[in-house]
Design a binder for this molecule. Structure first.
Ligand code: NAP
Length: 558
């Protein structure tokens, strides 16, 4: 165990994705002794890992990028309205290089343990390379969809072809021409990958357990002139994102669903179906999310669109969800996904009728027969929201385990702090505003709040911060109450903690993972807490003085 002369860092940030990059930018500006630990060989988080064909934003690129620097906004040219993974990763690298952030990042550093040391009032982190690092504050920017999960099928390691989860799609090109390829899953990832590879493979077989509602992305290139127009509008764009529930430019139609004649409703949907992005979900009537009858009418509209696009009526019916309505799960956006099923080399296997039994040396066995493959792609999703936290042995006061505390679902204060885990911050944690909105908009909100909070502490000489049990209870009750109004609480999706591949998460026990109140309400709540001197957080000077008398004056290391 290390000596008690003080921690190695004032702040350690875990994760160098969109959140970690911005967090270290803010800390570096303040001159705080801080470092970022990242398990991957390089920065980028989601956009470092997900290299599967078709991976791209479904947020408008210019609402996804960081808003914090006018200079950056004026320099970066988004080439497509919904930019693809290679460009997105280039962007994050550009940001890191522009602000000289890479020197504060350590790669190939997986954090296995984070233990709060009560006596010293600092965190001890055990790193996969054998080191122990200590810090006063630990900031977790782990990503909400960063812990991929595989089916629990017999024989998976016996397959002699190539197989991978989409998250771990190989970095070198994968030869697809002439190959027999299986894709398991029909979530947002699968829907992108299937549409992209259908005309590049020999044969494609899609194994679908439950269909998802999807609608067209309607992507297009952004010309120089359009980019100039977007740049001129940036202030307005971000102001709109800040006032909409989802953090997008899309604003809900505030007319009452039942007050608008049916023909007008359909006219709106016809228009939205052809527009880019999430408009079909977020510019729609608000009752879509709360009123079963309204939702059913709109779902039938989308079902008919699927019937129009898929030639074989049996396949079309199989692609239409029956167990949930449109928009109560996260809506995947697609580019010619449904048309892929009109191709002779693509077929759909409904594994709700004939389940997968095992993986064999040469393919997949269902209850109906055996399918031979060269490549199996697992597009089977994530142990969402809390999965990445569960991978670290996080222990707070009295050795309490966070994994244990959250085993039936997270409880937090503002989605950013946890009672019993002092000095641990999560700018975009479970139950924060980030998870259910345009991620980077929520991330910037969270990072700014956490940074202001740390400044508040440093300015006043506080060294220990812990959310009170009552504040956490109140926030979690508020999060639960927000779910009660939403149809999504009934859906079997990662929004409610469902994942058949994670023990204990199979049977749809609702986990209150995300804040459903929308971005403006979230921001107003967290700002209110700050304005009241961080009400709900107990602040003290801890047992030891701050690291150095003026932590902001320390030079950066790492
Ligand atoms: P997902 O939505 O959880 O979908 C996983 C799919 O795999 C589902 O169809 C699921 O079927 C199926 N599956 C899982 N385990 C299975 C098993 N053992 N046997 C058979 N099928 C199985 O995961 P995802 O598609 O990776 O998307 C997750 C989230 O990532 C999205 O909702 C979105 O927020 C984000 N995402 C964003 C983008 C973007 O921004 N452009 C792109 C992709 C993903 P069931 O439905 O029956 O469980």
């Amino acid at each position: 165990m290390k000596s008690t002369s003080g921690p190695d860092y004032e702040v350690i940030v875990i994760g160098a994705g969109v959140g970690g990059i911005y967090q270290i930018k803010r800390l570096s500006e303040l001159g705080v002794r801080a470092t970022v630990l990242e398990s991957a060989p390089d920065l980028g988080g989601t956009w470092y890992w997900n290299r599967y064909p078709g991976a791209r934003f479904d947020s408008e690129s210019y609402t996804y990028g960081y808003s914090f620097s006018k200079e950056l906004l004026s320099e970066w040219h988004w080439k497509e309205r919904f930019s693809g993974q290679p460009e997105n990763l280039r962007y994050l690298n550009y940001v890191a290089d522009k602000f000289d952030l890479r020197k504060h990042m350590q790669f190939n550093c997986r954090v296995d343990e984070a233990h709060y040391d009560e006596l010293e009032n600092f965190w001890r982190l055990r790193i996969s390379d054998g080191r122990e690092l200590t810090c006063r504050f630990v900031i977790m920017t782990l990503g909400l969809l960063s812990s991929p999960t595989l089916p629990r099928l017999e024989g998976m390691s016996s397959f002699r072809g190539r197989s991978f989860h989409t998250y771990y799609w190989p970095h070198e090109p994968v030869e697809l021409a002439g190959k027999k390829v299986a894709v398991i899953g029909t979530g947002a990832t699968a829907i992108q990958v299937i549409a992209e590879i259908a005309d590049k493979v020999g044969e494609l077989t899609v194994f679908q357990r439950r269909p998802n509602w999807a609608a067209p992305l309607n992507n297009s290139a952004i010309s120089d002139a359009e980019m100039a127009e977007i740049r001129a509008r940036y202030d307005d764009i971000f102001a709109t994102c800040a006032r909409t529930p989802g953090g997008f430019e899309h604003e809900p139609d505030r007319r009452g669903f039942w007050e608008v004649p049916r023909e007008e409703r359909v006219a709106l949907w016809d228009k939205l179906y052809d527009e880019p992005g999430f408009g079909i979900w977020l510019r729609n009537f608000r009752e879509i999310f709360t009123d079963e009858k309204a939702n059913a009418e709109f779902s039938e509209y989308i079902a008919n669109r699927i019937r129009q696009r898929v030639k074989d009526p049996v396949t079309a019916e199989k692609l239409i969800p029956r167990d949930h309505g449109f928009g109560v799960q996260r809506v995947p956006l697609e580019t010619r996904y449904y048309e892929a099923f009109n191709r002779d080399n693509v077929r759909l296997v409904d594994i709700s009728e004939t389940p997968l039994v095992r993986v064999t040396e040469t393919g997949l066995q269902t209850t109906a027969g055996h399918h031979e493959f060269d490549i199996i792609v697992y597009a089977t999703g994530f142990d969402a929201i809390t999965g990445a936290f569960d991978h670290i042995d996080i222990r707070g006061v009295g050795g309490e385990s966070l994994r244990e505390k959250w085993k039936d679902g997270p409880s937090t204060f503002l989605g950013m702090m946890v009672h019993g885990f002092p000095n641990l911050l999560m700018p975009a944690g479970p139950q924060s505003g980030s998870a259910s909105t345009n991620y980077p908009r929520g991330i910037e909100t969270g990072v700014n709040w956490c940074t202001a909070f740390l400044e508040y502490m440093w300015d006043r000489g506080f060294t220990r911060a812990e959310a009170t049990a009552e504040a956490e209870e109140r926030w979690t009750a508020h999060v639960v109450q927000m779910y009660s109004m939403m149809l999504m609480r009934k859906a079997k999706s990662w929004f409610t903690g469902y994942n058949s591949n994670v023990p204990g998460h199979e049977h749809g026990r609702v986990r209150y993972f995300v804040y459903n109140g929308g971005a403006p309400k979230y921001v107003s709540r967290i700002n209110d807490v700050a304005a009241k001197g961080y009400e709900g957080i107990s602040l003290s000077t801890g047992q030891t003085p701050p690291v150095g008398s003026a932590p902001r004056m320390h030079s950066l290391a790492g």
